[in-house]
Ligand binder design. Sequence first.
Ligand code: C2E
Ligand code: CA
Ligand code: CA
Length: 419
Amino acid sequence: MSDPVPSKTLPVGKTALTRALLGLEGESAIALGQALQDVVRSIRVHLGMDVAFISEFTGGRRVFRQIDAGLVAVPIEAGGGGPLEESYCQRIVDGRLPQLIHNAQELPAALELAATRAVPVGAHLSVPICFSDGSVYGTLCCFSLTANYSLNERDLGMMKVLADFTAHRLEQDASRQHDTEAIRERIERVLETRDYNIVYQPIIHVPEHRIIGYEALTRFSPEPYRTPDVWFHEAALAGLQAELEIAVIARALEAMPLLPGNTYMSLNVSPATLMRSGIAEVLERGPLNRLVLEITEHESIIDYEAFARALTPLRQHGLALAVDDAGAGYASFRHILRLKPDIIKLDISLTQGIDQDPARRALAVALIQFAAETGSKIVAEGVEKLSELEVLRQLKVNKAQGYLLGRPAPASRLQTSLQ
Ligand code: C2E
Ligand code: CA
Ligand code: CA
């Protein structure tokens, strides 16, 4: 007999692999499994039944997912199951058996099923777990080995609420899997097509009125447009951050011959990427004595010793280190102290409005003093107004970057002089 109920199963196969690769398998699958396990347990305990379970209808079979059996030994196990047609579940979903059964031993329609005598089944409650499109995932069931005439419609109502909750959690999980898969595919595609370009924004020595370096910033071409920080964040979610960062660094370095010989190139890179093999080889194309690495503390560097060890050979060959976004809340003083950077980049949130706001100015002064005492140089980012530049000049910040001084531009239209 064919299955009259449309059944919907959660995506498997590639999705499961993707989730494992993304490191989400553990976290979200365990959380979902635990939540559903709690559902079956609370039903069993609350209704005083012997067994409660969630079943899934898949491929013409009824498969047990979460089971809670207290101390009773039952002949069912998670992952096991049998033909849908031989189950209470199917017959309840299509109306051949009632959702509330006080004593299956007294019901001829229930006695048609071998399990009724074999288990034996006494009281039985079962409700379908339906997705928002109306398709049936499976059922939420509980039964006891003896009859129970005190069960009523209110008990069934509670089961329905919990079945809705279960359906909601399963749908949420499926949609999260779908999103993560889309992100991963997007990043893999951009890595394959190399559909991005690099723009270079000048960094200025203000008193000497000259360009001393360029920050390489990535522009991704795929539509809809997303800012580079979103792309790199998504790459991190997909476990592909290092791949993407290394790929764009390799691309950025291709323009080194086009940069004036007395300037450096500043590259954005996350601490995790710097710990990966392969990065040194790319950076060595530099040359290293014309490179600055800008590091942000969005994700904290766990092992500063290992990090320093990985960088020491490169720093010995002239590679400089910058702490990016200082003052933005990410780059803590501890982080700066441990990294011993050559450069501290004052975050845009401190620079913008520094001419108006004493608090911003005070924080900038603290960082400037800190830099002076620890032997780092300051570069102020995001300078848009002459009045901001003037305050920075008074505070003896000589190096700056921002739309006022130069916009990011492709290497073919590199800004090489100042007005
Ligand atoms: P960031 O490293 O702090 O880069 C500075 C951002 O400020 C850039 O945004 C730049 O275009 C923008 N900017 C420069 N001057 C001004 C100004 O005067 N006013 C304003 N409002 N903004 C200014 P962009 O290029 O959109 O990059 C955003 C963030 O994305 C970067 O912040 C960086 O964290 C990340 N990012 C960009 N390219 C790369 C890359 O190649 N690798 C990595 N790992 N991250 C990148
Ligand atoms: Ca930066
Ligand atoms: Ca920055």
